[in-house]
Design a protein around this ligand. Structure first.
Ligand code: CAA
Length: 258
């Protein structure tokens, strides 16, 4: 898929910047957006020159949810039969690191996609919410699970049951976002952070991501064994020898991705 209709892509050296671009619908996530994101994330994973990715929206909306107009006439048999939203698992299968840079609304599926990222950097204008209950439905792209793990049961339950929005400051206090930046600096901040990650040894970046996700997705004992095995595995890479030699020799490391 070469011509994207709903996203824009910029390359900043080893960092890919992806902008959701459906301004007429506040970046509502329809099937086309999903297909294009699956394509772009797959291409990113396969490109050894790209080391980190930033997903963002507009100043007004990261994404105002799944596309309600696309879903409104669907029934149970349509949704269950097509396993609607299952394609998002291909986005979360991205192995390399990616960051969500959120300004404005991140509601419903928008909040859920932001939470699929490895972490969120929020503009001070960001507003997070799971308002699906107001439409007679619920989160369907992992929001009830990821939000609860991120901010705990009390706040997640309150947000899902009331549909209220959480501002950037509360989101930072609650552990939903890594950091808040002034809106005008959001993209620069996200690109700067992405560059820091892009400069890291690439295999160690994937391994660090996998083990933090294991803490999120498995029990503690299982997660600790998983971490230790991946840690041992990194001692089979040239970048480990180089990284430790560079430290001892007081010079920057030169990474090979091997
Ligand atoms: N789906 C489809 N279209 C959407 C949309 C969505 N989720 N959100 C906004 N739009 C469209 C509006 O229909 C409107 O289009 P028209 O000009 O053609 O009428 C356009 O975007 C601009 O939106 P508003 O005029 O509503 O803008 P506003 O500034 O007055 O309000 C808002 C902004 C509070 C975000 C409001 O648009 C809103 O409440 N949006 C819906 C939020 C929502 O319920 N999200 C959850 C969706 S369900 C879901 O995500 C399920 C899941 O688990 C994945």
């Amino acid at each position: 898929m070469a011509n994207y209709e709903t996203i824009l892509i910029e390359r900043h050296d080893a960092v890919t910047l992806v902008r959701l671009n459906r301004p007429q619908a506040l970046n509502a996530l329809n099937s086309r957006v999903l297909a294009e994101l699956i394509d772009v994330m797959g291409a990113y994973d396969a490109d050894p020159d790209q080391r980190c990715l930033v997903l963002t929206g507009s100043e007004k909306a990261f994404a105002a949810g799944a596309d309600i107009k696309e879903m409104s006439s669907q029934g149970f048999a349509d949704m269950y039969g097509s396993n609607f939203f299952a394609g998002w698992e291909k986005v979360t299968a991205t192995r390399k690191p990616w960051i969500a840079a959120v300004a404005g609304y991140a509601l419903g599926g928008g909040c859920e996609v932001a939470m699929m990222a490895d972490f969120i950097i929020a503009a001070d204008t960001a507003k997070f919410g799971q308002p699906e209950i107001k439409l007679g439905v619920s989160p369907g792209m992992g929001g009830s699970q990821r939000l609860t793990r991120a901010i705990g049961k009390a706040k997640a339950m309150e947000m899902c049951l009331t549909g209220r929005m959480m501002d950037a400051q509360e989101a930072e206090r609650s552990g939903l976002v890594a950091r808040v930046a002034p809106a005008a600096e959001l993209i620069d901040e996200a690109l700067k952070t992405a560059k820091t990650i892009a400069d890291m040894p690439p295999l160690a970046a994937i391994a660090n991501k996998e083990m933090v996700n294991a803490a999120f997705e498995t029990g503690l004992a299982q997660g600790i064994v998983f971490e230790r095995r991946l840690f041992h595995g990194l001692f089979g890479t040239e970048d480990q020898s180089e990284g430790m030699a560079a430290f001892v020799e007081k010079r920057p490391g030169a990474w090979k991705g091997k």
